[in-house]
Write a protein that binds this ligand. Structure first.
Ligand code: SAM
Length: 281
C-alpha cells in the first residue's frame, strides 16, 4: 500500500533542484535533431494545482518555487526552468506546477518519445488522463518503474534520458535505484541518467552518493542542496541530491552559478549549503 502523493510536495525545494537540472538536460539534448526518448521511472501525476487541498496541506511549494516566483534577480542558469513553470501560469499568478513528465512534453519535439511508469493507481489514472491524447508519442505504463526501465533500454534511437525518481518511502528504494542505474548503464551506456535522492537522517541516504560513485561511471556529476540543519528529532527532509551520469559538459557551469543563488533564496537557516562535484572525461 503506497501512501506517497507527490501533490503534497509539488514545487518544494527538492522539485526546484530536480526540475531545474531536468530542464537543462532536456534543453541540451534537444539541440540534436535525432529522436530522444525520455523515460520517467516514477512519474507522479504530471501536473499539480497548487491551490488544491493536497498541495495546500503543508504548502511545501511556498518554500520552493514560491520563493523564486516573484524574484527579479533569477540567474540565467535558472531562467529556462522558471520559463517552463511560467508557461503554465501565463497570468503571472503561481497556480499550477508541472511534474517532470509535463516539463518533458513541453520541451520535447514531435519526433521524441516519453515512456512513463507509475505504480500508484490514483496517480496512474491522473497521468493517463493527462496524456490521453498523446499516444503513441507518450505511453503511460502502470507498474513498477525499476522493472519498466529495463523494458525500454536501449531506446531505438540510441538517444535517451532516464529520470529515476522514487519516493523512498520504502527504504529498499535506495538499493533499487542504484541497481536500476547500474542495469541501465549495462543496457545503454551512453544514456543520460538523472537519479534523485532525499537528504534525510538515515544511513541509506547518507551512503548513496558514495555508493553511486563506486559504480565508476565514466562521466558523472553529483549535486546536493541542503536548505536547513537536520531536525533535532531526527526526521524530515532537509535537502536533496541528484546524481547525473553522462551529463552535458555545460551542467557543472550551470550549477556553479545556480547553487549559491538557491542556497541564498531557498535556505531556511544557517545549515543551508550545497555540494557540487563531478568527473567528466
Ligand atoms: C517523487 S514522486 C515523482 C515525481 C515526479 N517524477 C516529478 O518530478 O514530478 C514518486 C512517484 O513514484 C510512485 N511510485 C512509488 N513506487 C513506485 C514504483 N516502484 N514504480 C513506479 N512508481 C512508483 C509514487 O506513487 C509517486 O507518484
Amino acid at each position: 500500500m503506497l501512501s506517497y502523493r507527490h501533490a503534497f510536495h509539488a514545487g518544494n525545494h527538492a522539485d526546484v533542484l530536480k526540475h531545474a537540472v531536468l530542464v537543462h538536460l532536456l534543453d541540451y539534448l534537444r539541440q540534436k535533431e535525432k529522436a530522444l526518448w525520455y523515460v520517467d521511472t516514477h512519474t507522479g501525476a504530471a501536473g499539480y494545482a497548487l491551490d488544491e487541498a493536497w498541495a495546500r496541506k503543508n504548502s511545501e511549494f511556498a518554500t520552493g518555487i514560491g520563493r523564486l516566483w516573484a524574484r527579479k534577480d533569477v540567474p540565467a542558469s535558472l531562467a529556462g526552468y522558471i520559463g517552463e513553470v511560467r508557461s503554465l501560469n501565463a497570468d503571472g499568478d503561481l497556480r499550477f506546477y508541472p511534474g517532470s513528465a509535463q516539463i518533458a512534453i513541453q520541451m520535447l519535439r514531435p519526433q521524441d518519445r516519453l515512456r512513463l511508469f507509475e505504480l500508484h493507481s490514483t496517480e496512474g489514472r491522473l497521468l493517463r488522463e493527462h496524456f490521453a491524447n498523446d499516444a503513441p508519442r507518450v505511453l503511460v505504463q502502470a507498474g513498477d518503474g525499476f522493472d519498466g526501465l529495463k523494458s525500454v533500454l536501449p531506446p531505438p534511437s540510441r538517444r535517451g534520458l532516464a529520470l529515476i525518481d522514487p519516493s523512498y518511502e520504502d527504504k529498499r528504494d535506495y538499493a533499487r535505484a542504484r541497481a536500476a542505474l547500474e542495469d541501465g548503464l549495462q543496457r545503454f551506456a551512453t544514456g543520460v541518467y538523472l537519479l534523485w535522492y532525499p537528504i534525510v537522517q538515515r544511513r541509506e541516504s547518507q551512503q548513496l552518493p558514495e555508493s553511486l560513485k563506486r559504480m565508476r561511471p565514466t562521466n558523472w556529476l553529483h549535486v546536493a542542496l541542503t536548505v536547513k540543519a537536520p531536525a533535532a528529532e531526527g526526521f524530515g527532509l532537509h535537502g536533496s541530491g541528484l546524481f547525473v551520469v553522462n551529463p552535458p559538459w555545460t551542467l557543472p557551469a550551470m550549477l556553479a552559478e545556480a547553487m549559491p543563488y538557491l542556497v541564498r533564496v531557498l535556505g531556511q537557516d544557517a545549515g543551508a549549503d550545497f555540494a557540487l562535484e563531478s568527473e567528466l572525461a
